[in-house]
Design a protein around this ligand. Structure first.
Ligand code: EPZ
Length: 424
């Protein structure tokens, strides 16, 4: 079993380069099967979710080549196959093959997806969208079988601005007959990136990034390329770290507009930083002010930044209230912050943090991806040694986290039970 071991307290200075966005790449990779030729995807992050998606592409008879952050996918010999339980369950994003295979073959068989245990995570909005386009969906336990004689464009208003449903319905609609309009669509930057990839292939999508997306179905999609946008959540994680322990720590290769809500919140908290076109430079703030945070759909203060932010709240002077509105179960990490010395009272979806409190290293668990990132931040600011278990959650979504942090001065390593050191 791998563990992350951190000796906390080192000031961090230098530059952390941000990788391609996980939540964009994990949809762009399945989208590549929508064309019958080769796609070139640049700036793909080196994360285990990427590898799990490539395993599914291989099952479907696609050829892939990976050279650094360039992933080429040749889907000219694509075959439709049932995606087995172990591949479907490996990550949340396996469900993007539902929309993509439905679009391509009008038939999909796969299981309910996996992903972080942060809530019930139903996929009813995706299914309602597929049905509106003309598909019939049979659900037997966790097995989903989706068939359509043909897919026809229609008007779909989402019950909630779900990221996954917006993307999956775009995939299913992109080759449907006629026009589809998705209302109450999610507006995430990743959705614009994915729609751009599809349009580069010949799709006709307008409005991505707003709450109304219009899709004119086309018959054929062709070879193309795309660059994955920078990961705004990875950037946010390291910026929050910089506010606690940075010494002119530069977070670069970012699009600052994607993290406006975070930067504005940091400003309210007294944290000073410099922003230029592609980077944020930040140093430790000694008088962080408490604040109140309520997570919102993008472009509000997004849920994925909440857990890293909860560590900064432990260092803020006064009482901070935090409310999570998207996921029912995103507070699992709080008990470990308290074990390290924080003073957080939490319910299922809200918490009260009284600070500042020093944190002390101890054994903690990565409860999920961003909860795990929060443990890394806590370990880096804590006195003494922190050991984090269940780190596979962290490696699903943070490219080269150990190397990036070591390069700016952190004392952090991955160890397995046999005491082999692993560089990631
Ligand atoms: C995406 O998840 C992200 N994952 C999540 O990031 C992120 O937290 C989330 O969007 C919200 O921004 C990926 O992109 C792979 P949703 P997704 O569908 O698409 C409810 C991270 O840390 N809902 O927007 O699964 C759902 O239960 C991860 O990087 C339904 O009720 O999220 C939730 O309450 C974690 N029925 C809300 O909508 C549905 O059919 C938002 O879910 C779909 C969703």
């Amino acid at each position: 079993m791998k563990k992350i071991i951190i000796n906390g307290g080192n000031k961090l200075s230098g530059t952390i380069p941000i990788s391609g966005a996980k939540n964009s790449a994990v949809a762009i990779i399945p989208a590549a099967i929508l064309c019958d030729e080769q796609s070139s995807i640049y700036n793909v992050p080196n994360i285990s979710d990427r590898d799990a998606l490539i395993d599914i592409l291989h099952l479907l008879n696609c050829e892939t080549s990976l050279n650094g952050d360039l992933l080429k996918i040749d889907s000219s010999k694509l075959e439709n196959k049932k995606i087995p339980l172990e591949l479907s369950k490996k990550m949340r994003a396996s469900y993007y093959f539902m929309g993509a295979l439905l679009s391509k073959f009008k038939h999909v068989e796969m299981y309910f997806p996996g992903g972080c245990n942060i809530g019930k995570r139903p996929i009813d909005i995706h299914i309602k969208g597929f049905e509106a386009l003309g598909a019939k969906v049979k659900i037997k336990g966790d097995l989903y079988t989706i068939d359509a004689k043909e897919l026809n464009g229609t008007n779909i208003t989402l019950d909630f601005a779900s990221v996954g449903a917006t993307i999956n319905i775009m995939f299913a609609a992109v080759k449907a007959k006629g026009k589809t309009i998705i209302r109450n669509a999610a507006r995430e930057a990743e959705i614009v990136n994915i729609a751009t990839f599809l349009n580069n292939m010949g799709a006709k999508i307008t409005g991505a990034g707003t709450s109304i997306i219009r899709i004119e179905g086309v018959e054929h999609l062709h070879r193309t390329m795309i660059e994955v946008i920078p990961d705004r959540i990875e950037a946010a994680t390291y910026i929050i770290l910089g506010a606690m322990i940075g010494d002119n720590l530069k977070i670069e290769n970012i699009i600052p507009e994607h993290i406006d809500a975070l930067l504005s919140k940091l400003k309210d908290m007294n944290v000073k930083y410099e922003v230029d076109e592609t980077s944020v430079t930040i140093s430790k703030c000694d008088n962080v002010k408490s604040t109140n945070i309520r997570t919102e759909v993008y472009p509000g203060f997004v849920t994925d930044m909440g857990q890293p932010m909860s560590v900064l709240l432990t260092q803020a002077h006064g009482v901070s209230l935090f409310e999570e509105t998207i996921w029912e179960n995103r507070m699992g990490h709080v008990k470990y912050l308290n074990k390290m010395g924080a003073n957080i009272k939490n319910g299922n979806t809200n918490s009260v943090t009284i600070g500042p409190t020093p944190l002390y290293g101890c054994e903690v668990e990565a409860t999920d991806l961003r909860g795990g990132a929060a443990m890394v931040l806590a370990g880096l600011i804590a006195e003494g040694t922190t050991t984090i278990t269940s780190i596979e959650h962290i490696l699903r979504g943070y490219d080269s986290i150990i190397t990036k942090l070591k390069n700016v001065g952190a004392d952090i390593k991955i160890e397995d039970d046999e005491k082999d050191l692993v560089n990631m």
